[in-house]
Design a protein around this ligand. Sequence first.
Ligand code: SAM
Length: 513
Amino acid sequence: PAVSPFLDPGTSSSANSLGILQLKRDHLIPTVLSDASSTEYAEGNVVNTRFGSFTHNSLIDKPWGTQILASVVDTGSRGGRSKKRKREANGEGPAAEDAAGSEEPVRGIVKAATTASSGFAHLVPPTPETWTLCLPHRTQVVYTPDYSFIIQKTRLRPGDHIIEAGAGSGSFTHAVARTVFNGYSGLEAPEEDKDGQEANGTTSRKRKRRQQRHGHVYSFEYHKPRAEQLREELVSHGLDPLVTVTNRDVYADGFCVDTEDENAPNADVIFLDLPAPWLALKHLTRSPPPPAVVKSIASDPSTPTAEPTTSTSTPQAPKPFRSPLNPKTTTRLCTFSPCIEQVQKTVAAMRSYGWLDIEMFTMEHKRLEVRRERVGLAEEGLRGANPSPATVQEAVQRLRDVEDRAKVFHGLQKEKQEQVMRRAEAKKRGEKAPAAESEADGQKKKTEGLPPSKHDRLERAKKESESRALFKEGRLVCRTEPEIKTHTSYLVFAVLPVQWTAEDEEKARRKWE
Ligand code: SAM
């Protein structure tokens, strides 16, 4: 099995690995699940959310997708008590008095949720998509609708090498690491003997070299803390064998890296999420670009200056030209820029450096909510039968009906009282009182022609729904979601064909002769 849960999460969660608690569609909490053996708490740690608290023990060994009930944590002896409180409870701090008399002051009792305040969440596996929705934001990130389109448009596939800059929060990095993964066995945990030799006799050096020939992500970020944090994340996610993170200003120093593979990065695909992608393009050519062209592109006074940098780059003597591109494949490039002015400069630079098939796209991602909706009463000729109104007009009509009925009701009440009084007076005078039956008939007469009561409507609706499937299911309608989490930017795509030399032409000619 692959080491990384992002490549193969398996079928269920396990202790000491990443699980993601999904509270709402866009509200996810990543958690490394720790069981009792790895913490001081009987229930492992606790994830506290606005929908209740979830003990890690309740999240371990659960099939992905399981709905987990929140646990109610007994506040008197809570499972997830802090070390500070534990010290205090042991008489080392001010809480000692509270804990006095308790034989077992620290180990907590965690009960299954029974109160109305506790909710539930779903346990979902770590994937680039779920990670994008809950990763620690250090920058703006590329969201799933954008990166899925980029991956498809650049035809990125398993075994490819991709350059990305800047790496930022690593959202795009995770997505492409999964795409380029081609099942390379080197990602399986090596069984090393004492001398650092893998059980099958290959050394880690050889293993590394094999990896370079398989799918790989070369990620560049000039903000040092961001680069370091991403490196740490990739190690903890088991993706580090697939990604090389370099802390570098790519405008100045380009994309070549010094690894055992002297051709690295040998890139098939490039993705630039940078403030000034056109300044990086001079390094993405197959042969040294003409200095005059580089100068004219760089000297644009409206070019934004680089952000304050913590880059380790120091000015060095110019190195001999080396292309970071795979000479054997057409390079596919995508740039991601929020402003059209950036796009204009990028496209101009792309043309100058020989890029072709330049196209621009924007992602207008909208989620469509399709559901069945109540059918209008008027349309269906069911006036008075539907238990709840489907349109504003119907709601207004319903209110009027209620008012009319109220008027009639109060009128009848009044009339009834007057009748009682009349009968009492008639009795006093020794006259015959009007018959009760004729009074009921009078009332019946008055309610005739009135709008139907709620009871009438429900009764009629029941009958209708039994006889008409349409009424039961409602009409299929489609609504667009008003707000959707995606950072809209302009995506510019281009390709750089393989270089065709006189030698290649000669070879081709000889082949055809
Ligand atoms: N694509 C990333 C993601 O999905 O998480 C977000 C990238 S963020 C918008 C842009 C990053 O580019 C920032 O982290 C910034 O530090 C980095 N950057 C800007 N100029 C750079 C340069 N000259 N060289 C390398 N990285 C640079």
